[in-house]
Design a protein around this ligand. Sequence first.
Ligand code: ADP
Ligand code: MG
Length: 696
Amino acid sequence: MSGRPEKLYPLFSELETLQGVGPKTAQHFAQIGVESPRDLLFSLPYSVVDRRIRSTLSGCDFPSVVTVEVTIGEHRPARNRGGAYRIQVMDAETDFQLVFFHGRSRYLLAQVPEGSRRVVSGKVELFDGMAQMVHPDHMVPLEEASDIPEFEPVYNLTQGITQKTMFKSVQSALKRTPVLDEWIDPAQLAKKNWRQWQDSVFDAHNPSGLEDLDAHSPSRARLAYDELFAHQLTLALARQMERKTRGTSSKGTGILQALVLAALPYKPTSAQTRAIAEIATDLGSDQRMNRLLQGDVGSGKTLVAFMALLTVVEGSGQGVMMAPTEILGRQHLDGLRPLAEDAGVVLELLTGRDKGAERKAKLAALKRGDIHILVGTHAVFQQDVEFHDLRLAIVDEQHRFGVRQRMELAEKGQGADVLVMTATPIPRSLALAQYGDMDVSVLDEKPPGRKPVKTAVISTERMDEVISHLRRAIAEGRQCYWVCPLVEESEVMDLIAAEERFKRLRAVLGEGVVGLVHGQMPASEKDAAMAAFQAGETSVLVATTVIEVGVNVPNASIMVIERAEIFGLAQLHQLRGRVGRGSAESTCLLMYQAPLKEGGRKRLEVLRETEDGFVISETDLQMRGAGDVIGTAQSGLPRFQIADLERQAGLMAIAQSDARALLATDPKLESPRGQAARVLLWLMRQDQAIRLISVG
Ligand code: ADP
Ligand code: MG
């Protein structure tokens, strides 16, 4: 199937083909991204108005929407222009008024002549003790009463579109909604009590009460599932393609790993051992690995990565590990090189700073295969960087990669196996949404002996106290990170510049005790400042968030974060993770500037209460929503129209396993259910996925 299925044509035609939609309305719809009847179907109501007919409005609390049968009484046209035209009406028990501003007699007398019976529906309010319905929403003869929906859906609107227009357009779109073959596994459908697609769309737009708007109502849940299933199918197709692209199989001998493990001062945790084994299995198979290693700060991802690299080196291949920053690349080098040397493995660093002859020599050695493992920044994927036999590419990521970037990386990696390490734990539903094409290993256990970090929330007004405490701590040989939000003083934001803080702390604590590192410093100065801190020459390191990801100085046991209220939860968690790595008790001081807003206060409280990165990320998701947690634009995470990742996390997992199961039995989507799933992909505008099938 190369083009859109014919059955879907009516849903993808112009909006103007719908009843009551003219060019103007279509333009207004376009402003909210509604361009076809299909888009209308996926714009679900967010509320309902109860328009069940009652016999009288007596006994109602006002204001409220009332639908009632009335006898039309006397018309009282406005006495002056712009005045109110009033019509007296009588229901079973009481009388009230219909009110029209700019009402025209001729029209109203024709619509609702005195003595006629009508059903009217609208908001009733008390005005001067008199109940009145201003501009009724509905006003129909009794025989048309059934045209008024008992529960009228309420939609999000845009300028120029009224509820009435929206309702009519949607109903018109529903009329042309086809029955589609089922793409959901019949067992799943039965288990959840879901109806077929067309019925579900119909139900979602014709709620019979507020409970039908709940994310867990059958029609909504099914439509959400469809959306997630289409997304997971796309990821599963990407995965299928990635995996079959090329198969190198790197079987390790275990010799190098054994040498390194013997030299380590500690034993791997069981989570590390498990992850190492999962990766080794992938490396050994001839399908390309595409794996995510998720683990909280300090869970020991580096060792796992290194073991994977050794596996490919044992199989006489090469590996590369990319770090997000220069500092981290260097730290990997410093941490891993001694271990590599123990095992006779050659490890080199390549960053943007390598120039000229030295760089040339490195590249030549790499091409000859004399360098076994290359660590570095983005520079490792520059065009002229060639490997002798690259088998494994590891990305220690800071900015999260989307599916597309991962595919690009795999291409640059010349078909190598890919391992992505996340710096921050993310909730399971998001991990599935964003990394659904990958297999996942989780380090859910921290190395033993870690002491909890004491976290305190303090106002900046107590700065002097903090500094005098710090002076004592330094005298005891402790080290401290001091994080400031911005590099330069910004008058608008009133943020404290790192340089200002640096000067003040130096003045109080003494020359030579305080170091400074920030993003705009020349690289060599950055290195020098980091090295001095790592060596214990400086006791305090004033920094901007460049230290956020991955820096490891076990002796540092104090973390001060200024203006903590403006940082995100994930970022604060990362920063705090820099301490608590050694044997000493660690402290984290979250300093805020009063007054603290609700969101900021809640974030700081969560941090004070828990150190569990997964709990923190779940809270983050609840507070901010999916798009913000991941950053939709850069992640390639789609904006789901119906599915709610916070509340429908369970569905995402089901959708993933269903999508993978379908492809396992029907990799080209040729079976009846496979064909139906193709229609779903078209319906969900997943053109990218459809291309993946044609490639396959
Ligand atoms: P992250 O997962 O944040 O990248 P690292 O790999 O930097 O964590 O490890 C954090 C620290 O824990 C390092 O100092 C590392 O040497 C140490 N470490 C790693 N694994 C273990 C272990 N199994 N037992 C004790 N310490 C470990
Ligand atoms: Mg790390």
